[in-house]
Each structure stands twice: as C-alpha cells, then as structure tokens.
Design a protein around this ligand. Sequence first.
Ligand code: ADP
Ligand code: MG
Ligand code: MG
Ligand code: MG
Length: 416
Amino acid sequence: MSAEGYLALSPESLPRRLGGLAILRERVGPPETWQVKEVGDGNLNLVFIVTGSAGQAVVKQALPYVRLVGESWPLPLRRAFFEYNALIRQEARDPGSVPAVWHFDEGQAIVVMEFLTPHVILRQALIAGRRVAGLGERLGEFCARTLFRGSDLSMPAPARKADLALFAANVELCDITENLVFSDPYFAAPLNRHTPGLDGIVARLRGDLSLKVAAQHLKLAFTSRAETLLHGDLHTGSIMVTDTETRVIDPEFATYGPFGFDIGMLIANFLMAHFSQPGHESAPGQRADHQDWLLGIVETLWQSFTTEFSHLWRTERRGILYQASLYEDQGHALAAEQALDDLLGRIWQDMLGFCGIEMHRRILGLAHNADFERIADEGRRAACEARALAMGRQLMLGAGSIRGIGTVTAMARRMD
Ligand code: ADP
Ligand code: MG
Ligand code: MG
Ligand code: MG
C-alpha cells in the first residue's frame, strides 16, 4: 500500500475525520460530543480512546515508522491490514477472545474497535501483584482454538493456502521478529541494551556455540514451518484483563509459523513476571505467593492448551492432515490418539525453545519488559534478569529432555 493520501490522526482532527462513520455515531454518539485521548503505550502505533455521549471506542492507526525508534525506522502502514485480518479470524475461531472490530480503513491504516473497559494491560496487573481468575485456562483455550482452527488440521485447503499467501506478505513485521528475537541477542547488534551487571553473562551467552546453533534452528522453524496462523506478538502486554476476564489485542505480527511459537512467547512472559517479582518486593519473600500463582498459571496454561487442542483434534479434525479416513473410519481411533500425542510432543519441544529465546531477547535486545525495567535498583534488576537468562538457555538447549510443564516450573522455583 502506498502512503499517498495517508494522514496521521490527532486528537484534534479525529472527530472531523471519523465523525461521518455511522458505526461510531451509533456506538459513541454525535461527533460534537466526542473527547479524544491518545493512549498508545506500545512500541509501534497510535491508539486513541474516543468518548462520546453514547459510549466509547478505540481507534488504532499505524504510523509509517516505528514509534519507539522514530522516523529513522520506516515500517509499512499495511501492518494495520494484517492486524485487522488477524482480529476477524481470531474472533471467528475463538469468539469473545478479542475486541470486536467495528470498522477498517485500509488507506488510512485505521482499525476502529471496541474499547475494553475496565480492562488493564495484564503486564501492569502482574507487576502490581494482581490476580486474574481463569487466566491460564482462557489463554490455553485461545491458543488451542486459534492455532488448531488456523491450520491444515481444520481449514479447507484452498482457504488455508489463501491465508498462508495473505499473511506471507507481512514481511516487515516478520523481519522484526527474525532479527530482534532470533539473532540480535547473540551478537552486539546496534539496538541492543542490557543492565550493566549482566556483562559477564552476556559474553558467556554470545560465546556459547551450541546456543547460537539452537537459536538459528528455532529461526529456521519460524521462517519455514508455516503450520498455522500465529498471533505473532503474544506477550503479557498484548493481553487485557479485569479480575475475571481475559482478552487478547494487537495481532499485527500475525503470520503462518510453528504451533509452538505463541505459547512459548506467552509462557516466557509469565516466567519473566515470576523472576521479576523479588525486584518489586519491599521485604524479602513478600511476593512469594504471587510467584507461586504465576507458576500455577504457566502449568494451567499448558494443560488447558493440550486439553482443548485434544478436544478439537477428536471433534473437529476436518482438514487434510491425519484424516479420520486413515484412522477412526477404519476402527483405528488409537492411531489418532498416538498421532495427537506425537504432535503435542513436537509442539512441546518447539514451545520450550521459543520460550527460552523470548527470555533472552527481552533482556538483551531492543524491546525490554516493564516487569524488569520497573526495578529501579540495577543490582536487583540484574539479579532477577540473570535467573531468567540462565533458565532461557536451559530451555533452548534442554528442550529434548524436559518432559513436562511441572519440570519447567520446578526449574523456575529452583532458580529463585
Ligand atoms: P501497539 O501495536 O503500538 O503495541 P497496542 O494495540 O498494543 O498498540 O495498543 C497500545 C495500548 O493501547 C495498549 O497497551 C492498551 O493500553 C491500549 N489499547 C489498545 N487497544 C485497546 C482496546 N481495544 N481497548 C482498550 N485499550 C486498548
Ligand atoms: Mg502492543
Ligand atoms: Mg503492536
Ligand atoms: Mg518461591
């Protein structure tokens, strides 16, 4: 898409430019009553909350560059197109999991959607020590439903190939993942930064030849194994919650990739939340219960994912893979169960690797986590980050010999 005619919105211009949209007049009220606030706290885009006499809406607009870095790093507007297309698929595959999309303007790179309220970003809630009922179950279901239903296990082949082609054009956002996640942490890339106390560990990681080979095996999986439609950026900053509800936002990195990618990223972010907790304590041990709760989320998330994925496997396996004609229809339900178990085992191993690498890139690369960044004392922060780095390495190198989620959480506990 060319940027011709594109103009970035401002709180001042928004009512004039979008005031004619019937859906906004209906849901928000007449534009004369609108109050507009820019709230984007993300790395890339503009996000406005529009409040009027009848209600509220969110207006998200892509900028022609990376917001975090500035105009020196151009980034195409069409990421809004991928975000829109991912949101409507996620809604179809797991109804109620994402904000309802009300309008899409491709030329202006604008998605108008439901304002989630009183939701807050999960990462902020975790830093504050808050809990969310049903969090792990819900996120496990979201991963299972979107990943299963976006794949050849479920979709008609023509539709799935059309989607593969559509999302294959999300080149620039994939390029960010390919560089920032899979390569930058392991050399002195210009945009990297890390907490000063970590110099020794960083040097050891960059000198670890097996680790650098493992990282590129994972990158090969990401770039070549187009197994299903990924969210692509599923961290705790892409999740909004109340005390009892969980919603997923911001799928602009959507692309076809390995089943294990989204879950690995997500579990990494819960593990980092766990490792960061001591940095937020005013007395030692104060956050121990919260740490236990976070590791419980990790376990529940994986269990919920496998339970729901298995359910879909047994009830909705209508795609071109592992057809019932080969198994159940011949009275070989056992073969279907064997194939399911084998596939889940492969997803598990991939998941562990992606989980490990996400922990490295969030501590060594460009995009850091507030969980650690909010720890003002550099010595305390470095101590928390060092545990996450060590665990990340172990997950990447030990993926083949770690047998269950209880082992992962036991490892995290022992690194306390
Ligand atoms: P970016 O792609 O720039 O990271 P996000 O989609 O993550 O943008 O949105 C940035 C912030 O805007 C979120 O952290 C959240 O606070 C707010 N936000 C985004 N979408 C919604 C929504 N539908 N309802 C409420 N707040 C939202
Ligand atoms: Mg975001
Ligand atoms: Mg984003
Ligand atoms: Mg503990």
